[in-house]
Design a protein around this ligand. Sequence first.
Ligand code: ASP
Length: 343
Amino acid sequence: MTKILIIYTGGTIGMIQDPKTGALQAFNFERLTNEVPELSKFNFEIDTYSFDEPIDSSNADINFWLNLSQVIEDEYESYDGFVILHGTDTMAFTASALSFILKGLSKPVILTGSQLPIGMVRTDGKDNLISAIEIAASRKGDVPIVSEVAIYFENELHRGNRTIKLNAAHFNAFSSPNYTDLAKAGIYIHYNYSALYPYKEAKLERQVNFCSDVVVIKLFPGLTKEVFKAMISINGLKGVVLETFGSGNAPQFDWFLDLLEDAVKKEILIINVTQCIEGFVVQGRYETSVELNRIGIVNGLDLTTEAAVVKLMMVLAMDEDLEKKKCLLLESWAGELTVSVSI
Ligand code: ASP
């Protein structure tokens, strides 16, 4: 019989309203399963695991990713699929992290959550949870249909490391603008087989080394030399995700380029991603990005900021030289970027 493990980490799906303040806060998982009696109607076995202290996902950190991946590793042989209940705010970061940490993954790891708590009448949590379980349990022949980390939300299944949260109010909170949906759920769940990561039998090997000495710098017109200098020369800084304009463009001011060049000379690894929701970086397309190529900034293609941050943290923790680290950033580890783009 198919066995699914639901892992509850926290998030709105399991929250209740504090009667005094009205603020949403995490509560216990038993209550959550009671709210969904439909769980007993599935004809497969469903077990649950709850974090001792469920968190609002705004409190997620590297340790949280490692603990979560540890639960999956510990239970990997005992279950056919995993559903992770997680807050929406940083779900895309966790999905990216898990997709890189769980090297050799060949089972479904489906993250979901909700915009309204599961105890509320209009909750979106029930549908999300039930469909996520169904996806985690679905098989074609004797292999799982999904063998990667994905986010299921409001009828859509997205590759986890391609996903961004783009709406803080609507039920349809997630999108993967640079990668087609993996599945759409209506009366039936329609899988996009050609977009799914192909099933490969492999041994799961957790990648657990991270370097957190990184910063995300989002460019904006009016950024001053003083402010940029303060950020790029933070003591101990090892990596920067530089969010640039359009297809990877940045100011051409001498002070800006000099500061970037100094940072690269100090072996700070800088990756260029676009502030645009859709599209990719092509360093050298405009005059405003030609210099970035010369300086040695990595052209981040269509990586999301979420995936870029996690990947940078992991690359920086590897025992490789700077040039090799740059190459590693540009390899696809778990389908997170489009390696060759035609322009
Ligand atoms: N702040 C919540 C969290 O990310 C929001 C949610 O669950 O949707 O944990």
